[in-house]
Design a protein around this ligand. Structure first.
Ligand code: MN
Length: 263
């Protein structure tokens, strides 16, 4: 049986990760290392300036999971660097309680957990379920559908393999399995954030700030992750770690850069 490391960013007690771990039992030997608190939108930290703690806890279903003081990326690093002396074949991060589409992938702790895995040479999946606005199914029904579909994609990933430094970012609208329209391979689309800066005053007359505003929307282009979930499909976007803009790299050949050095 392959060894599967499961993490998330909503915290080790979140229902999404418990449904995911249970579904993955059919695919491999599951080990859970997840943050003891919520790290949503906390990006990709590496904790270097203080010790990391990790200890066993018990879920309501009786499983022993490991709760860590670190971020999702720290949890994956702990697992892959041998905290439990297990060699992992796959990392699965989720199920997040809202979408991670388009440029959300830069903020997402869920995706960061999967990114940490591929940086270390282990294939990974990130799994996110749209919020209540994305579909009518109850949390339990939608999570069960998402967990079962993620487990089937995990089995296929292990069978097919992924190119080096590649993960699959999976997003599902909140539907029952029967109400989902299918599974579509996609590219990242374009998010439209509607953030509003809320400036307030503290009791001492000093300003403080909240990032507020409405839930982000997006441009539902055909072939994009945003288009797929808006049309009721499961979106599967392969992501790599090479952020190089290759078209711009070619254009830079024509630039007059400062004359530096003697070569
Ligand atoms: Mn989250």
């Amino acid at each position: 049986m392959p060894n599967i490391l499961v993490t998330n960013d909503d915290g080790v007690q979140a229902p999404g990760i418990q449904a995911l771990a249970k579904a993955l039992d059919a695919v491999g030997t599951v080990t859970v290392i997840a943050p003891e608190r919520n790290w949503s939108a906390a990006g990709h930290p590496k904790t270097l300036h203080k010790p990391l703690r990790m200890g066993p806890i018990h879920w309501p279903d009786g499983r022993t999971a490991y709760a860590s003081s670190g971020a999702p990326s720290d949890c994956v690093a702990l697992g892959l660097l041998g905290a439990l002396d297990i060699v992992f074949d796959l990392v699965v991060s989720g199920i997040n309680s809202s979408y991670n589409l388009s440029s959300d992938v830069f903020y997402s702790g869920t995706v960061a957990g999967a990114m940490e895995s591929i940086i270390n040479g282990v294939p990974a999946l990130a799994v996110s379920l749209g919020g209540p606005e994305s579909g009518p199914a109850s949390s339990q029904v939608a999570e069960a559908a998402a967990a079962a579909i993620a487990a089937e994609i995990a089995a296929e990933t292990l069978a097919q393999g992924l190119p080096p430094f590649t993960l699959l970012n999976i997003n599902l609208p909140r539907h029952s399995r029967d109400d989902l329209r299918g599974v579509l391979p996609t590219r990242l689309g374009r998010r439209v954030y509607r953030d509003v800066l809320d400036k307030r005053m503290d009791p001492w007359g000093r300003p403080y700030f909240w990032f507020g505003g409405e839930i982000p929307t997006g441009i539902p282009d055909d072939g994009s992750d945003i288009g797929a979930v808006e049309a009721g499909y499961v979106s599967v976007t392969p992501l790599g770690i090479d952020l190089t803009s290759h078209t711009t790299l070619a254009q830079l050949d024509g630039w007059h850069f400062p004359s530096v050095g003697t070569r």
